[in-house]
Design a protein around this ligand. Structure first.
Ligand SMILES: [Zn+2]
Length: 246
């Protein structure tokens, strides 16, 4: 079976497969340095998650099977004994976790359907859902990003079920991410779903790639914000920040 001109047994080990690379250099050491730098600066290249066109040609079961196989190979290369009772189930566990949980937000089929209600009682003030748990994954190091999101909107006549706000945050978090993109993707989805530009998203999160490796800083957290419409006004923004206790 061929996929985008790449044979399946080499696919997961062949990088992003779209022919786009950040660096071209003959000197491997220099390339490593640039690759590290790209990761440490956590720069992202686009608002859309970089997905290939054929991302969903394989079904989940086949993805799990292939990831299991390749993760087993990673463990093998590391020298781990996969006949050990504690380790032998890990490749399958990791593969299922990637496809069904950690990265389930890559698949548009898993996007929560927005249930909207008419704003019958004409509540036209700000609504803030704060301290929404964010569990995402750094796309540069594939380790967790953990934190909280605060989302706010001012109704244009439509209101959304409160738990849907959590689900939208979770959907976009369950992807390999950079925090800036995650913040903007949530804000754009809310603007679209709620049919209003008056939306704000703030995320405060810790990156395990910063706290457990690299600079090993366990105390720092990263705050990102997207303010749209009325939230670009200083007074509205200050009101939001008061509600979330900042
Ligand atoms: Zn990272």
């Amino acid at each position: 079976m061929k996929l985008n001109g790449t044979s399946l047994n080499t696919l997961p080990l062949n990088g992003n497969g779209n022919g786009k690379h950040y660096h071209h250099h003959d000197d491997e050491g220099f390339t490593d340095l640039l690759t590290d730098e790209m990761g440490e600066s956590h720069a992202s290249t686009s608002l859309e998650t970089p997905l290939r066109e054929d991302a969903f040609q394989l079904d989940d079961d086949l993805k799990i099977e292939l990831i299991e196989k390749h993760f087993r190979e990673i463990m093998n290369i590391l020298g781990l004994d996969l006949t050990d009772d504690s380790l032998k189930g890990s490749p399958r566990r990791v593969a299922k976790m990637y496809v069904k949980e950690t990265f389930s937000g890559l698949n548009p089929a898993n996007k929560p359907l927005p249930t909207l209600f008419e704003n019958k009682f004409q509540y036209n003030q700000m609504l803030v859902e704060k301290d929404i748990t964010v569990h995402s994954y750094c796309e540069h190091h594939f380790v967790p990003i953990m934190g909280r999101a605060h989302v706010a909107y001012i109704s244009s006549g439509k209101v959304i079920g409160l738990s849907k706000l959590n689900r939208i945050v979770q959907f976009f978090a369950k992807r390999p991410q950079v925090q800036e993109r995650l913040t903007m993707q949530i804000a754009n989805e809310l603007r679209q779903v709620l049919e209003t530009d008056d939306v704000a998203v703030i995320i405060d999160a810790r990156h395990l790639c910063v706290s457990t490796r690299g600079v090993n800083d366990v105390h720092s957290s990263t705050v990102t914000a997207a303010y749209h419409g009325k939230f670009e006004d200083e007074a509205t923004r200050q009101e939001l920040l008061r509600y979330i206790g900042q």
